[in-house]
Ligand binder design. Structure first.
Ligand code: AGP
Length: 615
């Protein structure tokens, strides 16, 4: 997820674009850049680092008085965060300039074709391929920029929100959108572009939101022209009067980043398996696994090292990996692993899971593993982060920046990546057959839709939170794949509402925690109709016999638990292996609403940091 900004009009484009980038920095902040054209010279300034770094660099590269400019703050997906990979990118002629938010899946084949035709590339990005494809089409067809962009977009597979201009015709911006957001601000003889409205809300509240598959030509002193990429059909220009505050815009209209990120999970999971989960071809493509498949197949065991929520994702992965690959898996708190003089051999594969890619304990665990000749594979969300660079190979989650300190979409996208790995390894080791593989990839492909449906429980979760927000203690119970979900639910509640909570395997309740149960104790039980459902029902009966209050997460249509529990939250049916991707959602929402009702600082809870880079 990156931030794009553009301007064309009578003001100084550089300050508009720069200030606009600052407002979009929450969308990505590993590198930034802008391109300005003053009628004589194209000034492209870009740098690794935050927008402030770009601002300083601009002081030296000279600030032209330009009437057209585009800017970008990056969240890397292809190509490390560095100067050459930051946007904007320009074509070989130096005349076409582009900024892009999204992922082009087939960029490599297009790049190879363009190289055959003599194009040279300065960066590792998919975006530089697109701008040269547009130039190649324009050179061949002499089409206007908008039409050339349209033809190029017909050749690519992936997601994009782009802004392009041609210094030969600097009174026009061409924009297009598929899968990534793009807003056009309408001023008095001036136009603004943004990934959302925050870059231009101070100048105008009139905006057009492009729809997927649309391209638009924006020219001064002319009405905007919008048409469909697929069929050239002109589309009506619908101008909206925006009412949202600037702060609300950054949060996408949600009250907190955490809620926004809970609701982003369907798209974050889609982005994470995009280009990897190919259901039509019935294959999973993951270069990091394919290039090291022998190490995984011949591994004596897989050791997962992580902290916090990432450790919970590792626990879910233990169930999935052992079930599908029959490779022994151990899950270690990185902070314990690093100090206990662990036994590690060159036959071990270590999987390090980290959203930030900067957690000190996880980094230290990686170091020890490498010192003992183990193969280390990273699952990170931040491209080019230290852990991503320290591991021998890896696979990124594509959750986009996670701003809320409490991890939500990182958890579900980590599980998505780890599920893809387990499926790929299981098929390679023949520990699962094609039928099982196809059943799982088909269902995984439907998870985003089922997660959208699961999010409908938001109101119920809030109503339940109202009842229990003043509890002093809370128990979360789950079995099998959903035992780690119980742990994660407890962590969510603890870290944002400051209510003490514990997660337990449901069967463990009778070995101690049952002594805690009384009429003041809410117990959240994951009781979907999979695994040892009947035994979980018995656990619920044991709780009720002691006057405990049961909040049950059940499969839609469940009647048995509904008769027993004080509250039920229904979620769509799915395979047990994939159920954590859905069962965790009600727990996230329950914790979120409890914290809001208690007036806690949901996005930045006390004592916590988003990335624990200290020991
Ligand atoms: C999760 O909600 C917490 N914010 C925290 O436990 C986090 O998961 C942990 O610090 C690990 O961070 P990482 O994934 O960036 O390594």
């Amino acid at each position: 997820m990156c931030g794009i900004v553009g301007y064309i009009g009578h003001r100084d484009a550089s300050s508009i674009v720069l200030e606009g980038l600052k407002k979009l920095e929450y969308r990505g902040y590993d590198s930034a850049g802008l391109a300005l054209y003053d009628g004589q010279k194209l000034n492209v300034t870009k740098t690794k680092g935050k927008v402030a770094t770009l601002e300083n660099k601009l002081l030296t590269t000279g600030n032209t008085n330009s009437s057209i400019g585009i800017g970008h703050t990056r969240w890397a997906t292809h190509g490390e965060p560095n100067d050459k990979n930051s946007h904007p990118h320009y074509s070989n002629s130096g005349e076409l300039v582009i900024i892009h938010n999204g992922i082009i899946e087939n960029y490599d084949s297009i790049r190879k074709e363009l190289i055959k035709r003599g194009y040279k590339f300065k960066s590792d990005t998919d975006t530089e391929v697109l701008i040269n494809l547009i130039e190649e089409i324009q050179n061949k067809t002499q089409l206007k920029l908008g039409e050339a962009v349209q033809l190029a977009l017909k050749e690519i597979v992936g997601a994009y929100a782009i802004a392009v201009f041609d210094i030969k015709k600097p009174n026009e911006l061409v924009v297009a959108k598929l899968g990534s957001p793009l807003a056009v601000g309408i001023g008095k003889n001036e136009y603004f572009i943004g990934s959302d409205a925050s870059p231009f809300l101070e100048f105008t509240n009139r905006a057009i939101y492009l729809e997927d598959g649309q391209v638009a030509a924006i020219r001064l002193n002319k009405p905007i022209k919008i048409w469909e990429i697929d069929n050239n059909k002109p589309t009506p220009v619908v101008v909206q009067e925006l009412k949202m505050s600037l702060e609300a815009t950054e949060k996408g209209g949600y009250d907190h980043f955490m809620l926004k990120e809970i609701y982003e999970q369907p798209s974050a999971i889609r982005d994470t398996y995009r280009g990897r989960l190919l259901t039509d071809e019935k294959i999973i493509k993951m270069a990091g696994i394919e290039d090291n498949i022998e190490k995984f197949i011949n591994a004596d065991r897989i050791i997962i090292v992580a902290c916090g929520t990432s450790w919970h994702a590792g626990l879910v992965a233990e169930y999935i990996l052992e079930d599908l690959t029959r490779t022994p898996v151990e899950v270690e708190y990185a902070s314990e692993f690093r100090y206990r003089n662990p036994i590690i051999t060159s036959q071990d594969v270590i999987i390090a899971i980290s959203q930030s890619g900067e957690t000190a304990d996880t980094l230290a665990a990686i170091k020890i593993a490498k010192e003992n000749s183990a193969f280390v594979f990273g699952v990170c969300n931040v491209v080019g982060s230290t852990i991503a660079r320290e591991t021998h190979a890896g696979a990124y989650t594509h959750a986009g920046p996670e701003i809320g300190v409490a991890s939500t979409k990182a958890f579900t996208t980590q599980i998505t990546v780890l599920t893809l790995i387990a499926l790929k390894l299981g098929l390679a080791k023949k520990t699962i057959n094609n039928k099982t593989f196809e059943e799982l990839i088909t269902e995984l492909n439907q998870i985003p839709e089922k997660l959208e449906e699961t999010l409908n429980c938001n109101k119920i979760a809030m109503d339940i939170a109202k009842v229990y927000k003043n509890s002093q203690n809370c128990l979360f119970l789950g079995r099998g794949y959903n035992f780690p979900v119980a742990l994660e639910g407890a962590l969510k509640l603890k870290e944002i509402s400051y209510i003490h909570a514990e997660g337990y395997p449901a069967a463990e309740m009778k070995h101690g925690p049952i002594a805690l149960i009384d009429e003041n104790m809410p117990i959240i039980v994951v009781a979907i109709n999979k695994g040892h459902y009947e035994k979980t029902v018995s656990n619920i009966q044991e709780i009720k016999a002691r006057k405990g209050k049961v909040i049950a997460v059940v499969t839609k249509g469940d009647v048995t638990v509904k008769e027993l529990a004080n509250h039920v939250i229904e979620i769509p049916e799915t395979l047990e292996t994939l159920s954590p991707l859905l069962t965790t959602i009600p727990l996230q929402l329950f914790s979120y609403h409890t914290a809001v009702l208690l007036n806690k600082n949901v996005d930045q809870p006390r004592n916590l940091a988003k990335s624990v880079t200290v020991e």
